[in-house]
Design a protein around this ligand. Structure first.
Ligand code: MEV
Length: 370
């Protein structure tokens, strides 16, 4: 059994951080994808290769089967206990940092799918690669979790001679597995990252269960700008929370304002499906700047992100940080008909500051099995 699974990264257009507190967010899939090549093998081993994590490891099948037989049953309440059990097993493999996290995610999902789908674990190889840069707010961990969950689910179906239809029921299963895995990575994720990796398109998202893919949006283009400043989503979410605890009146008002921005943006984006006239793009651009300002006022921006917004503004374009902030990425909105010369000039200026610039179109498909 050999197959290929892929899932997109995401960009949050509006509403990051506020989404953690139950406000509306708007996200879109990127045309940068994670791919997973799965092969069943002969022999007695499991081979795992994740080049972006600099990880290549062989694990004995017998040990993994023992792990799955002895592990506690994964339930909502027993998530921590289950995770600790998997984590102890990974400790023995003697990796640390991001490699350890990658292995924890993998074994967490393997055992979770084994329990819930009666998967029979056999020797296999898994090659996981991505066009996304790791840990920079583009949803790389979520796209990993979605690719791995989908692969094991598909494997379990193949073992039962069942065709995997990625219908709503199956997508919800993938979402549940991936959410558990994202908790390992990010503490208290909103779920927006793996939702976009699963559904693609442009998505209206609100915890706990508002999930409205907006299909048929005309191609939206952006410049994705990587500050190359490393940061941790977990730390930034914690920093935002500290500010909210210290100044609840102020931060709650800002969260409400971000919610309004996202709602207004959704109205514009829905209108743009049938008519993308200049006024709509102007409104969307204004909302991009307002949202950036609100986030910056909550101390999750960074001088490099401010620089990007300033360069965009000097060229009459609109930019905003995306994801947790503190470094990571910003995006610059490219309205249709924007002069190529201008895009080139902005790109070169940003590169001159040491940033990495990628042109990307938004709203492509979610998880796929080939
Ligand atoms: C991270 O991509 C976006 C945050 O809103 C956190 C989350 O939604 O889990 C900062």
């Amino acid at each position: 059994m050999n197959f290929l699974v892929s899932a997109p990264g995401k960009v949050i257009l509006f509403g990051e951080h506020a989404v953690v507190y139950g406000k509306t967010a708007v996200a879109a899939s990127l045309d940068l994808r994670t791919t997973l090549q799965f092969n069943e093998l002969d022999g007695q081993n499991i081979l795992l290769s994740m080049p972006k994590l600099d990880l290549k490891i062989t694990v004995s099948l017998a040990e993994v089967i023992e792990l799955s037989q002895n592990s506690p049953k994964l339930t909502e309440e027993k998530h921590e206990e289950f995770y600790e059990f998997v984590s102890k097993f990974v400790d023995k493999l003697q990796y640390s940092g991001i490699q350890k996290l990658g292995l924890e995610a993998l074994f967490y999902l393997l055992i979770a799918v084994t329990q819930s789908e009666s998967l029979e674990i056999k020797p296999f190889s898994l090659f996981l690669d991505t066009k996304l840069s790791i840990g920079s707010g583009l949803g790389s961990s979520a796209s990993f979790a979605v690719c791995i969950s989908t692969s094991f689910l598909h494997w379990a179906n193949l073992q039962k001679n069942k065709l995997t239809k990625l219908d709503e029921l199956e997508l919800q299963k993938i979402s549940k597995f991936a959410m558990g895995c994202e908790k390992i990575m990010h503490g208290t994720p909103s779920g927006i990252d793996h939702t976009v990796a699963i559904y693609g398109a442009v998505i209206e998202f609100k915890k706990p269960d508002k999930l409205d893919p907006i299909f048929g949006v005309k191609t939206m283009e952006i410049l994705l700008v990587d500050t190359r400043v490393p940061r941790s989503t977990k730390d930034l979410v914690a920093k935002f929370k500290e500010l909210k605890i210290k100044f609840p009146g102020i931060v709650d008002a800002i969260l409400d304002a971000i919610d309004q921005v996202a709602q207004e943006a959704l109205k514009v984006i829905r209108k743009m499906r049938t008519l993308d006239d200049e006024d709509h793009w102007r409104d969307l651009g204004a909302l991009v700047e307002v949202n950036h300002g609100l986030l910056a006022s909550c101390q999750v921006s960074h001088p490099a992100l401010e620089k990007i917004c300033a360069v965009a503004r000097e060229n009459k374009l609109k930019a905003k940080m995306t994801g947790a902030g503190g470094g990571g990425y910003a995006y610059v909105l490219l309205p249709p008909g924007v002069e190529e010369e201008k895009v080139q000039q902005v790109t070169e200026t940003m590169q001159g500051y040491g940033f990495l610039v990628t042109r990307s179109s938004l709203g492509g498909p979610g998880v796929k099995i080939d």
